[in-house]
Design a protein around this ligand. Sequence first.
Ligand code: PHB
Length: 389
Amino acid sequence: MIRLSFRLLWVALAVGVLMSTNVFAQQPLKIGLILPMTGPMASTGRQVSAAVKLYIAEHGDVVAGRKIEVLLRDDTNAPETTKRFAQELVTNDHAEILAGFGLTPLAFAAAPIATAAKVPMIIMSAGTLIIPEKSPYILRTSFTLPQNTAPIAAWAPKHDIKKVFTLVTDYAPGIDSETTFKRVFTANGGQIVGEARVPAQNPDYAPFIQRAKDAKPDALFVFVPSGEGAAVMKQFAERGLARAGIKLIGPGDVTDDDILDSMGDAAIGTITSHFYSAAHPSAQNKAYVAAFEKANPGMRPNFMSVGGWDGMELIYEVLKKNNGSTDGDKFVAVAKGLSWASPRGKVTIDPRTRDIIQDVYMREVKRVGGHLYSVEFDRIPEVRPDGTY
Ligand code: PHB
């Protein structure tokens, strides 16, 4: 009798487990993708969403038995809108993962929602170092500004650039970039001869670039967010800095592949350190660029797109290992230490910070086959999020 009821109990349990896995498998897995799709930062939204779409087209929309559904929301680069969408996606739409986050203030705004809902939050774009500290459910597949800035800061003083004027956009990633540059550049014997922080809203670069020219530096160091590089380059050319012997250097945001080819000859010779160039000469990247350009005529993938691509890779790999579960704690535990081959090179999720460890390249803008590209000439392997290597 006792044996029989034990058997019945086992059968009941087994049926229960089967049913629950079945129900689970049939539920689509919704990813809330929040990006600036319109407004001045729309290029980031366009790039990231195109890469997410391409990743799903190439890898299929079912992973670990779960159908992936992307719910794209345009936050227009307004933090309160990002926060409202994050909340609505989690509570009304039952999104199990939040992703995107085109700029730092947008990532900051959504972080408390991820924490309260225990939902994984994948930073595909924003680059301020402290972002992952804002929620234990944050994982980053983009980059940090210290990571992209430290290599050029160490390179410059060894290549006849002793005096530098720094110009950055006046918000968190700009401050990260400026402080990293100053620290590493001066530790390597460089001297800062002037500095400027340009307002993030409706920036006018002309007066700042004139001030930089008047300070007679060997180089102008620039960080501006993706999409702004062309406006800087225009002033750099019009005010004759190159003719005055002043070089342009920085992390690679200023020579963003989305707009680099439209910048003209003024961009040639710009030296940057960065984690991604569309001209990265690996077979995987060549295939990525070709597929991206085919799916999006007239567009070239930039560094933001790769953050979106690798964000999807991270999601797919974790889901496979967790049999389709999106439990926030399990998701983060499995993501820690994951490593994979990206169009940019090898990347790893740092188990300590949940941030990205990646190679950073030294590059120079050149004309290749009639088009402007950042051509890599050196590689700094496995740079940590804080810029050390
Ligand atoms: C950011 O807001 O974190 C950000 C945006 C664009 C960039 C870099 C950083 O190119």
